[in-house]
Design a protein around this ligand. Structure first.
Ligand code: GAP
Length: 463
């Protein structure tokens, strides 16, 4: 990480806390590793991302329907999907300082090789042969690499017996496969069609997470698109394109992400082709989203394991088959982080006393900005507050608004810039005379006088 980028991440984490985007989880008790809490502004941004995704991928289309399934599922789901046996990371322990580290990350950070998917024996050998040091204490004394399951286990019922073990889901996808027939029978959809879901997933990640990039509890927005096998390449390209359009829709700059195809030895057990959308985070170029061709692995496995028929009947061609699946998979938290990094801007700007200083502006796309309009009375004088509150009441049903009358107007503008509010509406003493307000644009800082009666329309046009 370059010094500039290191500072950028520090600045974003600090702004996130200062302005109520994201707080460290359980902070007053010293925190809990890889957990974060979304604050008053953060929850709005997160909700906007989820709503925009739902609109883009579900509401605006005829071929996708939604699902909101239980997080806890019968353990046989995870045995069948391959997660119980195969969803694990190879870890090493530093014998000197007791740090537990992902072996593939240790190797990749020290050597220019791809270590994901390598056997534990090969990883142990590479670490020894190259004298790789512990990133925490700089000693070279590791245990052999061993596999650790990534799923969180708990027990259902009163006894903590193996037969009562259940798992917190590590992906939302399986609920879409398990409910394939329920959705098909209740909607009478024809292939190609998709099932979409937004919800929490859990993974026992032990490596430091780089803020909200890798957490133990996170949200996914996933889409399982059911197709005839012969069409998989066509639909793979189609969904890659849709994912690119989505990034444009939420304003992520093209130059900040790229698409990388997985090598054969990197592919998950269920996938024939996968691409990652990788974002240039300040701590490196890392996976933002995944797009996978899952074949019919999941439906076939669930059919074999449950004994329930998962076939689709193609009436036109009088043919039964188990559909194949293209899966675009998105992390809510990673979208949030990419949006924060993309939006963070520092600019020289004039101050009230005629000097200049640096203003920090979160230039979020207006689609996802947490607050759309701030209403700011110039002073706290009663008649002005009353008028400004009436403006707030008028606008709040149309836009996500914030009313703020504490501290100087300059400070309030800067606060709104830091949470990325596209428009500030200032109510001054003249407003009482001419029934007009000043609207300030976040990006250009240009101010325009707008009549109260025209304000809603003016703002609607601006968004
Ligand atoms: N159903 C396929 C699946 O779960 P994945 O690549 O493991 O594939 C999909 O996860 C997306 O979920 C990732 O691209 C990322 O955006 C998000 N994600 C995965 N693990 C995460 C974690 N520990 N913290 C935050 N987001 C995560």
């Amino acid at each position: 990480m370059t010094q500039k980028n290191e500072n950028l991440m520090d600045k974003i984490v600090s702004l996130a806390k200062r302005r109520g985007f994201v707080f460290p989880g359980s902070e007053i008790y010293g925190g809990l590793a890889n957990t974060w809490d979304y604050g008053p502004v953060g929850v709005e941004l997160k909700n906007n991302i989820k709503q925009a995704w739902w609109k883009f991928f579900v509401k605006n289309r005829e071929d996708i329907v939604g699902l909101d399934a239980a997080i806890l599922m019968n353990s046989r789901v995870w045995e069948t999907s391959g997660h119980v046996a195969g969803f694990n990371d190879a870890l090493v322990d530093c014998k000197a300082c007791k740090a537990r580290i992902r072996a593939d990350h240790l190797i990749e950070d020290a050597l220019d090789v791809k270590a994901e998917g390598m056997s534990t024996e090969d990883m142990t050998k590479l670490i020894k042969e190259n004298n790789i040091k512990c990133p925490v204490c700089a000693k070279m004394d590791f245990t052999e690499a061993r596999k650790f399951g990534l799923m969180f286990k708990t027990f259902q019922g009163v006894t903590e017996e193996d037969s009562n073990i259940i798992y917190l889901r590590p992906e939302t996808a399986q609920a879409m496969f398990v409910n394939f027939k329920n959705v098909l029978n209740s909607t009478h959809k024809k292939i190609p069609f998709g099932i979409a879901q937004i919800g929490k997933s859990f993974r026992n990640e032990i490596t430091p997470g780089n803020f909200i990039f890798r957490t133990v509890e996170f949200e996914q927005m996933e889409l399982e698109y059911f197709i005839d096998e012969k069409d998989w390449e066509k639909f793979f390209d189609y969904w890659q394109n849709e994912m690119t359009e989505w990034l444009e829709y939420i304003g992520i700059k093209k130059e900040n992400y790229s698409i990388r195809e997985h090598d054969q030895d990197e592919l998950s057990h269920y996938s024939k082709k996968t691409v990652d959308f990788e974002y240039d985070f300040p701590f490196g170029t890392k996976e933002l989203y995944g797009l996978a061709y899952r074949t019919n692995f999941d439906l076939m496995s669930h059919q074999n394991s449950s004994g329930q028929n998962m076939e689709y009947f193609d009436a036109e061609n009088n043919r039964k088959y188990i559909p194949h699946v293209i899966e675009p998979s998105f992390g809510v938290d990673r979208t949030f982080l990419a949006a924060m990094v993309d939006a963070y801007t520092e600019e020289e700007a004039p101050t009230a006393n005629g000097k200049t200083d640096t203003r920090v502006v979160m230039k979020f796309n207006k689609n996802i900005a947490p607050v759309k309009v701030a209403i700011l009375p110039l002073s706290k004088k009663e008649n002005l507050s009353k008028y400004a509150k009436e403006v707030f009441d008028m606008l709040k049903t149309e836009f996500a608004c914030q009313y703020d009358e504490s501290q100087s107007i300059g400070k309030r503008y800067r606060r709104q810039d830091e949470i990325g509010t596209p428009y500030c509406v200032t109510v001054d003493f003249e407003s009482l005379e001419d029934d007009a307000v000043t609207v300030r644009d976040r990006d250009t800082m240009k101010q325009e006088r707008v009549k109260i009666g025209e304000l809603v329309e003016w703002l609607k046009e601006a968004f």
